[in-house]
Write a protein that binds this ligand. Structure first.
Ligand code: NOJ
Length: 664
């Protein structure tokens, strides 16, 4: 099991008197309180933090197809409260231990006049850093299977906060750039939505444990501070068929003092179920990886077989040799299977010049894992027919990783990725992969919701505008602010397979498009953009040409004991410091957006009284993303926890630092 230690758990249930007075539940530290009541039969909740309104009374309810809605005529039939306090250890993560402390309020609602005999439960959990709640639909005489058309859930924020969001629809909308807008101008957006109040309070609205439901999006209305939930529907307009799974995902709102604390909240993980894979630690191993991949984007090789085929036995062995020499655990290989010419994929038939058994034998000898690839082109029926056989082929060859992909606007040309249809498929893949001891890197996913707590084999996901946009995006590549926005937006939903570490900035295929950072910032992104499977994505020749800076990447772990954010402002700059798991070293990534600045990195996270040797990789003189991204200065300095490092960064520049403990 992934949980190694449950320190203590207290569950204290107490039936409360039914009363017209609001029911209240507070966080363990009393900073956040949530009130629930019904007003003229409408269920509503509100939230305060330190006496300040976070959410005004906000409606709750469900719009059901055919029959009486779960929307009005409510009264409280009963309620109860619980408390929970536990520390658990994820199989991998940004920290080795996660505290899960909350107080819970369960409300059972009846609709005495409209649907006597039927009840709806709403469960609220209040943590020190936010809230979560979900609907529960216990099977009952008057409630069997039913269809949800929409949720009536509202989030009535106290002000027209500054927000960061991406649209909820359109081709590849999960790969849009996050837009900074006033809350009321966001339109119809996907979650997570990040919000900043004028007093500096940072909040993030998202969901946890999306199991057999549709993704929740939210809609803003000009002139209003209230966001309304809207579920991604099936193409026939229905949103969710409620059958065996009788609960909604948790709706979550992180509430924190600053951007860094918001990003450290683990509410989403805490609202997922404990690990369900007994032997997860044996095969869900964090790794640095490289890939026969960027060559396709740079058109120096092809996915399909032919003269320039990338996935040949010989070329993969060359990548494996490089990985072994440079301490990388895996090599991703795309283009290994029939038929990339037609996108009519076989998942069991390698191209003739790709000897899967020999490559795996070679990899084992070198200590390098072959990471397989299942691009489905969004053709689910084709994939589901072959999925188990395709995964068995990998298992029989001793493989433990697969990248999956769903390129295309709609799944099977009919349903959206974030619909219940998509969610059901992705779950089937996670479970089938687990049964074959395979870990997944899921591209074109539904937005992640923390399922990796239960299924640590869901190691990383895309659903992010990654580095590949710097290869072919017609508008010229990701802007400098993008990567200093992601940790506080998409990153809140979990690991991102962004694939950083470009070392060659010229793009011969699309010269106007390129990576808009300095080289030192690319190193920093290896720490900043969290993924337990972390890719250095450039072609290996470009690393061979620049071994000095590349050493940082070869040294940098991808699994962590602790994470802190010494300084951060969304879209402007970030410094992330992470302590390696099972060791004493710290790794720091610091980056700026459009503006050059001097990072002020307070080293208070180091053990007091100890000296550390800092190896610093920083922007060289005049390094800037737009004039000269290449210069990197590598220098060493001995430092202690009472010091700060002031490090100049060029436009879209950065620095990476390895801190090795010299004395206890
Ligand atoms: C899009 C993915 O994001 C990319 O990583 C992959 O190489 C292509 N699809 C082909 O599968």
């Amino acid at each position: 099991m992934g949980i190694k230690s449950v320190l203590f758990t207290v569950m204290a249930a107490s039936a409360l008197m039914v009363s017209a007075k609001p029911l209240t539940v507070s966080s363990p530290d009393n900073s956040i309180s949530l009130k629930f009541d019904t007003d003229k039969g409408i269920a509503q909740y509100s939230v305060e933090r330190n006496g300040k309104t976070i959410l005004n009374p906000s409606r709750l309810g469900i719009d059901i197809k055919d029959g009486v809605d779960f929307s009005e005529g409510f009264s409280v039939a009963r309620s109860s409260q619980d408390s929970h306090s536990e520390t658990w250890r994820p199989v991998w993560g940004e920290e080795a231990e996660i505290a899960d402390n909350y107080n819970e309020l369960r409300v059972t609602l009846a609709q005495k006049k409209l649907a006597p005999g039927r009840t709806l439960d709403i469960v609220f959990r209040v943590f020190n850093d936010g809230i979560g709640f979900r609907y529960e639909f216990p099977r009952q005489k008057d409630l069997g299977d039913f269809t949800i058309m929409n949720e009536l859930t509202e989030f009535a924020f106290a002000d027209n906060h500054t927000t960061w969001s991406i649209p909820a629809e359109g081709y590849r909308f999960y790969e849009a750039l996050f837009r900074e807008l006033p809350l009321d101008s966001m339109g119809y957006v996907s979650t997570p939505v990040t919000l900043r109040a004028s007093d500096g309070t940072h909040m993030a609205l998202h969901q946890a444990n999306l199991t057999d439901y549709a993704a929740m999006n939210v809609e803003a209305t000009p002139g209003s501070n209230t966001l309304r939930a809207r579920l991604t529907p099936w193409m026939n307009g229905d949103a969710v068929y409620v059958t065996n799974v009788r609960v909604s995902p948790w709706r979550t709102l992180i509430i924190a003092d600053n951007a860094g604390n918001m990003a450290l909240s683990r509410i989403m993980l805490n609202l997922n179920e404990p690990c369900a894979i007994e032997n997860a630690e044996e095969f869900c191993k964090p790794q640095r990886y490289i890939g026969v991949w960027w060559c396709y984007h740079m058109k120096t090789a092809t996915w399909e077989a032919g003269e320039n085929h990338g996935a040949t036995t010989e070329n993969v062995k060359r990548y494996m040799d490089f990985a072994a020499r440079h301490n990388f655990g895996g090599v991703l290989v795309e283009g290994w299977n029939h038929d990339w010419a037609t996108w009519d994929f076989s998942f069991t038939r390698p191209y003739e010049d790709f000897d899967i058994a020999e490559i795996n034998r070679y990899g084992r000898e070198k200590g390098v894992a072959l990471i397989g690839h299942h691009e489905t082109g969004g053709k689910l029926a084709n994939y589901e027919r072959q999925m188990a056989d395709g995964m068995k082929l990998y298992k029989d060859n001793g493989m433990h990783y697969v990248k999956t992909g769903y390129v295309g606007d709609l799944l099977d040309d009919k349903e959206r990725h974030s619909s219940q249809f998509g969610v059901r498929h992705y779950r089937k893949v996670i479970e089938t992969a687990a049964a074959h001891n395979l870990a997944i890197d899921n591209h074109e996913p539904v937005m992640p919701t923390g399922l990796q707590r239960t299924y640590p084999n869901l190691m990383t996901q895309e659903g992010v505008r990654g580095q590949e946009w710097d290869a072919w995006c017609p508008e010229g590549g990701n802007p400098p602010s993008h990567t200093v926005t992601l940790p506080f937006t998409r990153g809140l939903a979990g690991p991102m397979d962004f694939t950083p570490v470009t070392f060659r900035f010229e793009n011969p295929v699309m010269p106007q498009t390129h990576v808009n950072t300095t080289l030192a910032k690319q190193l920093a992104l290896f720490v900043i953009l969290y993924s337990p499977l972390q890719m250095a994505s450039d072609e290996i020749e470009n690393y061979e040409a620049n071994p000095g800076p590349f050493q940082f990447v070869c040294d940098c772990p991808t699994d962590w004991e602790r994470t802190v954010f010494p300084e951060a402002e969304i879209g402007k700059y970030i410094t992330t410091a992470r302590k390696e798991k099972g060791g004493d070293s710290w790794f720091v990534g610091s980056a700026t957006g459009d503006e050059a600045r001097v990072a002020n990195i307070n080293l208070a996270f180091l053990d007091p009284g100890c000296t550390y040797r800092a190896t610093i990789y920083r922007d060289g003189e005049n390094a800037n993303y737009d004039t000269d991204p290449y210069p990197v200065i590598i220098e060493q300095k001995d430092v202690t926890s009472d010091m700060a490092l002031n490090i100049p960064q060029g436009r879209s520049g950065g620095c990476a630092i390895k801190l090795t403990k010299l004395s206890k």
